[in-house]
Design a protein. Structure first.
Length: 90
């Protein structure tokens, strides 16, 4: 049986990024980790990841949960560096 840490170690995304996918999709973190791997395989998937983060931040802001917005923003910055939107290379 793999531990959650084993699953996260296998992923190209970090825990904050995986947690954001789980939150957006309302799925367990292990499924979010698997989903992240398939999303990273295509430019469309990478775009979808960026949209998930933006939607999570909008929802957290709408609820007034600014601590969570900060947490998501930090994870999103990492995503932007490690997996920039296609055509937006720095």
């Amino acid at each position: 049986m793999l531990s959650i840490q084993d699953v996260l170690d296998y992923c190209d995304l970090d825990r904050g990024e995986i947690e954001a996918i789980a939150e957006h999709e309302h799925i367990p973190i292990t499924l979010a980790a698997e989903m992240s791997e398939s999303l990273l395989c295509s430019p469309e998937g990478v775009c979808r990841l960026h949209v998930m983060f933006q939607e999570n931040m909008q929802r957290a802001r709408a609820r007034g949960n600014f601590e969570h917005v900060k947490t998501l923003a930090k994870a999103y910055e990492h995503l932007q560096r490690s997996h920039p939107l296609p055509g937006h290379h720095h």
